[in-house]
Design a protein around this ligand. Sequence first.
Ligand code: NIG
Ligand code: FE
Length: 409
Amino acid sequence: MNRPLLVGPFTQLLPMTDLPLKGALADEQLTIIENGGLIISNGKIQKVGLFEDLKSDNVDIHHIEGKTVCLPGFIDAHTHICFGGSRAKDYALRNAGKSYLEIAKAGGGIWDTVTQTRKATQEELIDGILSRSNNHLQNGITTIEVKSGYGLSVDEELKMLRAIKQAGEKSQVDLIPTCLAAHIKPKDWNQQVDYLEEIASTLFPILKSENLAYRIDAFVEDSAFSEEEIVPYFQKAQEMGFDITVHADQFTTGGSKIAVDFGAVSADHLEASTDKEIQLLAQSNTIAMALPGASIGLGCDFTPARKLLDAGAALAIASDHNPGSAPMGNLLTQASILGTFEKLSNTEVLAGITFRAAAALRLNNRGHLTENTLADFIVFPTDNYQEITYHQGQLGPCEVWKNGEQVTS
Ligand code: NIG
Ligand code: FE
């Protein structure tokens, strides 16, 4: 067993504890420990406090030089970073005036990535996930949710989910898999058989037996799956013990109601949510997940984050990194920009990519820095946490620690 390690001193240490899961957060509510330190042992946080108070003969010291801000590793709770090919063509078409849905109807969009992902081998998919997740790690993201959904058959979804699992075994980042077989209706499906029924009866048991995913997602939208189609699918998923999450209210409403009715862990997108959906979400335990990368990628409205928070919802923020709607993938840039447009406090932005994002994945061992949580933390070269969102992602961490190990320098 290694000796405990004291890391610090940090000019400001933000443990992100003692903040409510739901509702608006003012910066005055943020606890800042000046000249703070962390004792870590066996991959976990043992103690948080003043650096000087934590010094003792029983600990080794990792000295942090200069002015620094330390906070929990960021969590990107919604991505599609397992895919083949590129959709630069779609991006150009959108900028030339075509809409996302028009491009999809003309055979581009998600189906184009399905075609390209089916052509990729499992090894190629693993390489793609590893390279993208490693980039995110350099930017301070220590946990990433990764969806399937570009396979759209039992075998091709399995290829994706096995790739995600194997990439997770190799990656320094924790990858949390989600089955999104209900992304769109596969264009080549034999209409005699109900696609969702086939997925639920054949794929779900394999997800369990191979431990490939504990979460089921669906795109509830006029262009994808209707509310009526998705109810029996989610019922089966829930009966088998899967967590539910929903691509909801992106262009048309309805998905967030389904999410709340099923007690989903999160309802993601919500760009089209009206006051009615905002109230529903605020009165539920479902996390409302804003995906500013999709708004930036599509040139569409942002999720009404301010209204959601003021109504009392729990707001998480994720990148939605995918080849179609959100090709940029830089979570900190996107969360900072969402803050600018939606008038979010720094605490609301940082909560959205730390402990509120952890809650959306039902992971209570990360997202804040306190005794017994994972020693996943990041260090920014500045003496003021407000600089982090101010630079809109251009100020990156100088150190990233995952499970008590420094993984970048
Ligand atoms: O979350 N909206 C549905 N799915 C993804 C987009 C996937 C794609 O365009 O390839 C999203 O934005
Ligand atoms: Fe998405």
